[in-house]
Ligand binder design. Structure first.
Ligand SMILES: [Zn+2]
Length: 176
């Protein structure tokens, strides 16, 4: 293989990787930060949680605390991939917005209570394993957030027009 062949082969490989793993190529190769305000606790957090190729464990711990089950006070690790979805959504709308959090982690007890009250709550919700979040992005129409998240194809996207939020998770790619 001469130099030119080597270069064009390398470029094809890089292009192929970019097509296969948009999450890696997009979010993982740079510093990542997020802003939250929690609609139930009033807590705010503006935090750099990721560096190229990894995550800051102290920052993740603070995010886990913010996204705890505010009804019971229980904490659970939040899937960092969920944060990368939020990061990419936010970037699509200028990269400076604040996510208003409606619901992050839900303990089994809380989920059971919500399940009994509403038909829109799943019995085995991904909220119970720290892989789902209900949010809106302040200043951006929720319908636009839904469209953007659907385009990422990185998990589930639920649109709740009446309550004005989107559910995002790192489960199978699906929508409702
Ligand atoms: Zn949800």
């Amino acid at each position: 293989m001469n130099r030119r062949e080597f270069l064009s082969t390398s470029m094809l490989i890089v292009a192929g990787l970019a097509l296969q793993r948009p999450d890696r190529v997009w979010a993982m190769n740079e510093g990542r930060s997020l802003s939250f305000c929690h609609t139930h606790t009033g807590e705010k957090l503006d935090i750099a949680y990721g560096y190229p190729g990894g995550y800051d464990s102290h920052a993740l711990a603070r995010i886990n605390y913010l996204l705890r089950d505010f009804r019971t006070g229980e904490e659970h690790p939040i899937d960092p991939k969920l944060l990368d979805i939020l990061f990419d959504v936010r970037r699509n709308f200028g990269g400076r917005g604040t996510f208003a959090v409606i619901s992050g982690y839900r303990s089994p007890k809380t989920n059971k209570q919500l399940c009994a009250r509403s038909s829109g709550v799943a019995k085995h919700s991904l909220h119970m394993v720290g892989k789902a979040i209900d949010v809106r992005l302040i200043g951006v129409r929720t319908k636009k957030i839904q469209q953007c998240a659907l385009g990422l194809k990185r998990g589930g996207v639920g649109f709740y027009a009446k309550s004005d939020f989107v559910h995002l998770d790192t489960g199978r790619v699906r929508h409702w």
